[in-house]
Design a protein around this ligand. Structure first.
Ligand SMILES: [Zn+2]
Length: 348
């Protein structure tokens, strides 16, 4: 039950309300905040959670970087520069030790921060602390209200953007676009948060791709495929990205998507083959580790200037990594099914 007396002094308070607050003897102490939490099987619920990475919950600031409202990329002499938005100060009440944001913006920023911190801690615990130190803190986690969104911009609900030169990344920003469809709050979605997180990680894992001169075909599909793969394996849930037909249990194959301009389609083949390996091994954690190893193999492969680079060949490296631990003819069957135009494995 919400106690009206617990409205905090940082909100506009008038005499009567202040008297109620004092009279009620309320405390503004909280050790949890409301957020969209993921229950599995595609189901989210708003409930109290803890996010230790949020060192300043009210300003939505902490170890991952600061949240902002607004912000945009400016073109300065052909170079992208991130122009900061405004700092955040949540409107909220405290109810029984739980910070309750009073608007959608607050709930989304807290939810995204919570999911992002979970992904970072998960990956650090698996031994990739250095990669996490390379990603965080980011420049900003920016909430873009609908009226500020660029109408010519990409049709996305959340994204990770960056501009990287040979040596440095000038900025790294998670952008959360206010969701027009209020039935699926995507910025509060655990699978989407992990997907966007994985784009930031992909950039660290695949340095050759971002060093300017290593252009491969369909690199976007590789990036999106890794992002979906990380989401489904780290949550160990094929429903983690439960829309746009991206369920990894569907019969995604490369030949169906050869003419496609949509990078998510080829991406879905990589994620589906990863889920095949997870199903055969019954081990999501190990499958994720092997997928990272395959990505590093692909990164090494790109360092040969004469290599004939197509993203599909990532399918070979996935097979080779999974085959080191999955001794089951079904792995070959799934590989032949998913990648009908690749040769060099499984008798083809
Ligand atoms: Zn993506």
């Amino acid at each position: 039950m919400r106690s009206v007396g617990c409205i905090l002094p940082n909100m506009p308070l008038h005499g009567v309300l202040a008297a109620v607050w004092l009279f009620a003897g309320c405390t503004d102490d909280f050790n949890q905040h409301l957020a969209y939490d993921y229950l599995g099987d595609g189901v989210h619920e708003v409930r109290p959670v803890q996010t230790p990475a949020l060192t300043d919950v009210v300003r939505v600031d902490g170890e991952l970087g600061p949240a902002t409202v607004g912000g945009r990329v400016l073109d300065v002499d052909g170079r992208g520069i991130w122009q900061d938005g405004a700092p955040v100060t949540l409107d909220y009440v405290v109810d029984d030790g739980v910070l309750v944001p009073l608007d959608d913006q607050g709930l989304m920023l807290l939810s995204f921060y919570h999911h992002l911190a979970g992904a970072r801690d998960d990956v650090a615990a698996r031994g990739w602390q250095d990669d996490m130190d390379a990603i965080f803190p980011v420049t900003a986690i920016a909430w873009i209200p609908a009226q500020m969104a660029d109408p010519t911009g990409p049709i996305e609900n959340a994204l990770h953007i960056t501009e990287q030169t040979l040596e440095v990344s000038n900025f790294s920003v998670f952008v959360l676009l206010e969701d027009a469809n209020d039935s699926i709050p995507l910025a509060g979605h655990a699978g989407i948060a992990r997907h966007e997180f994985a784009h930031a990680w992909f950039q660290v894992l695949m340095r050759p791709l971002f060093n300017g001169n290593r252009v491969i075909r369909d690199r976007r599909a590789l990036n999106e495929g890794f992002a979906d793969t990380y989401a489904i394996l780290s949550l160990d849930d094929p429903m983690a990205i439960d829309f746009d037909g991206r369920d990894p249990r569907l019969p995604h194959t490369t030949d169906a998507y050869l003419e496609s301009e949509d990078p998510y389609e080829l991406a879905s083949v990589f994620a589906a083959f990863a889920w095949d390996a997870r199903t055969l091994s019954d081990d999501a954690d190990r499958t994720l580790e092997l997928t990272i190893a395959a990505l590093q193999d692909f990164s090494d492969f790109l360092s040969f200037p004469e290599s004939n680079e197509t993203t599909q060949q990532f399918g070979l490296m996935l097979y080779d990594q999974y085959a080191t631990e999955i001794d089951d003819p079904a792995l070959c069957e799934m590989w032949l099914f998913r990648f009908p135009d690749l040769v060099g494995r499984c008798g083809r």
